[in-house]
Design a protein around this ligand. Structure first.
Ligand code: HEC
Length: 178
């Protein structure tokens, strides 16, 4: 009986300790998550398509987008392509870019050539922040449905990509991220 009670107490203590451990460990910040892809893959998956949606605003007015194609090509993406349209497109694209900085700055992120992403370098940090700042401005202007301002800001956006690429995305690939 006594040992049973002791076992119960010990079990409770272990459970409590486990709970305490869970309670004190803060939710991992996204930048501490183990990255899935390398930096080039992240750029291709998120920065490239979303910045292209924003550059589109120069040519096409999000307030009067062209009619979606009558017949889709049978894919799910074409089936649902008409759901989030108009100004939502640049609004969403700007949001994706405004929130990407922690993923670019993940200390475990590797570049395609096996070099760690230079997250400790001040200029790299500055370029990543520059991208966030311009994307936030575009996000605000897209919510105001201000096409001229969004168009103008896309020049700053291209500049933010280019500033970092000029230093860290050099050719040949072996010299990148250094
Ligand atoms: C803070 C620095 C930084 C910023 C800001 C940045 N990039 Fe990059 N980008 C890089 C680096 C470094 C690489 C090379 C990564 C590698 O080789 O793994 C790269 C690679 C890429 C690639 C892949 C090229 C290939 O080899 O296929 C694309 C596409 C890209 N960037 C697009 C963009 C766009 C668009 C923006 C702006 C919206 C942007 N990047 C902003 C640093 C940056």
């Amino acid at each position: 009986m006594r040992s049973k009670n002791l076992a119960a107490i010990l079990t409770a203590a272990v459970v409590l300790a486990a709970c305490a451990a869970i309670a004190v460990a803060p939710a991992a910040a996204s930048e501490d998550e183990e990255p899935v892809g390398n930096l080039a893959e992240l750029m291709r998956a998120i920065l490239f398509p979303n910045s292209n949606f924003l550059f589109d605003v120069q040519m096409t007015d999000p307030g009067s987008p062209p009619d979606p194609a009558e017949e889709g090509d049978g894919t799910v993406s074409s089936l649902f392509s008409g759901i989030y349209t108009g100004w939502q497109v640049p609004q969403q694209a700007a949001l994706a870019l405004a929130e990407i900085e922690p993923l670019i700055m993940n200390p475990d992120r590797m570049c395609q050539n096996g070099t760690p992403a230079p997250v400790g370098n001040e200029d790299y940090q500055k370029y990543a922040k520059q991208l966030t700042e311009v994307a936030k401005k575009i996000y605000a202007a897209a919510h105001e449905e201000d096409r001229d301002t969004v168009s103008d800001l896309t020049n700053d956006l291209a500049g933010a990509c280019e500033d970092c690429h000029a230093i860290y995305r050099r050719y040949p690939e072996s010299s990148r991220c250094k």
